[in-house]
Design a protein around this ligand. Sequence first.
Ligand code: GLN
Length: 561
Amino acid sequence: MRSAVKKPNTNNANKKPKFIFVTGGVMSGLGKGVVTSSTAKLLQLAGKKVSCIKIDPYVNYDAGTMNPVAHGEVFVTDDGGECDMDIGTYERFLDMALTKDHNITTGRVYLDVIRAEREGKYLGQCVQIIPHVTDAIKNRLRKTAEDEQLDIMVVECGGTVGDIESLPFLEAFRQMELEDGASNTLFIHVTLAPVLDVVGEQKTKPTQHSVQELRRIGIQPDILAVRCKTPLTSDTIRKISLFASIGQESVISCHDAPSIYKVPEVLESQGMLRVISHRLGLDNLAPKMAGWKAISSSFSKAEGAVRIAVVGKYVTLPDSYVSVYHALSHAAADIGKRVEVEWIDSERFEGAHKNNLEVLKSFNGILVPGGFGKRGSEGIINTANYARAENLPYLGICFGFQLAIVAFARNVCGLDNASSTELDVDTKDAVVDFMPEQRTAHDMGGTMRLGSHDITVISGTKASQVYGSTLIERRHRHRYEFNQSYRHIVEKAGLVLSAHSDNGKRIEILEIPDRKFYFAVQYHAEFHSRPGRPEQAFASFVRASTKNQSAFGRAMTKEAQ
Ligand code: GLN
């Protein structure tokens, strides 16, 4: 009699995507996103069609309504998703644009389930976490991977193993291993091996406990990626291997690297792909590293710093502007430099503290990123004006674009009370105003002007030099815009409106030609930047900034003379 056990399907035509699940243990902030992206990058460099999904177990539908200071930046995808900042990490590593389906939250899953229940799809049944919610999770993961015809999808689960919120997701992963088989699913667990004092040993107990917690849920990790300051010692590896019951070759040291872009090399130098290919039954996973190594080295070899002041509202958590930081670092690395960013709270430049603005002269350039609401806005307006008056390189993004217009209207056009209706609904001169279509939006979530839009750049302007093209596409996230009834007033005073969208309905770029570099964009240029291929506005800004010797630099040169 023939065996009833099914042989694995080797027919490529109905090949199913494989899944790698990345979970986190011990504590948050270990760099799971970088481990996820680096693993996916290695597979991509080995010729696999790969992508990443981030699961955020919170109940919000998306990240759009969350405070950036609590949760980090809201990353916007081409299709207008307001996503977790890890989506940005994946895009930068994989050099791919992802869709909003690559960020799954508890809110999105429950909405799927509740909608299906209302539509009568579960008629007669009692709707439960297992199997209905877990099925909805599996459906989303499989559908995205199959629609994109991937070889492998790397799925990162936010939070730490043991959190109540993440349980249904981990349960769904466990079921996928059962249903798809061990050769189609693999688990990477990211933990920490802390050292308590300078000469101390690497501690393995937190890793042991966290693996036990994962096993309690029914998941045995295949690879442990262990964060540590210096490489794991062979003793630590042996201990972890024994307690976690995984081979020593599967305990991977994730020690500090000179740049995040070096992490794929750190993992691969320890045979990461060998372990993955063995477990997933893939052969010949030999990544072609040369191109990527050239990019990652441009970060670790950079010499000399360009100092940028980022003046904004959410500076207590640099993750609020994480894509801005990376875009600056890409631009700096591209010209062989490091970027040094100082995060400055715009409230420092308000009211009686206007003199504080002097400090901005000690930087090579000034950047004002996105923001919302009145608090700190006067400080931003003062910053934008100071940069113009003192001829300091300035790059404004979104809020930094809108408030540069307010600053110009007040200080150059003599419209003393000019403002944005976001800051003062009754302003006499609303040079920045609510977009008309926003008036009908009542919900706060997902209702801004979001995602990628075509932009026409006007020839002969600085913008056309910066972009070398008259048509670009960039991502947006805003409710307010320049009020074009003030167009003639600002243009007459020397402001050049050098790009527009929606058939001229919206202004997208402003510049002041007689300044060294005074450039601001309504869109979020930062989401487009990649290591080795900086976004052009950032590249031009950083180049202009390196040419602008700061007061600090001038003082140093004098001292040396
Ligand atoms: N608050 C402004 C608006 O909604 C700017 C938004 C932003 O900087 N992302 O238009």
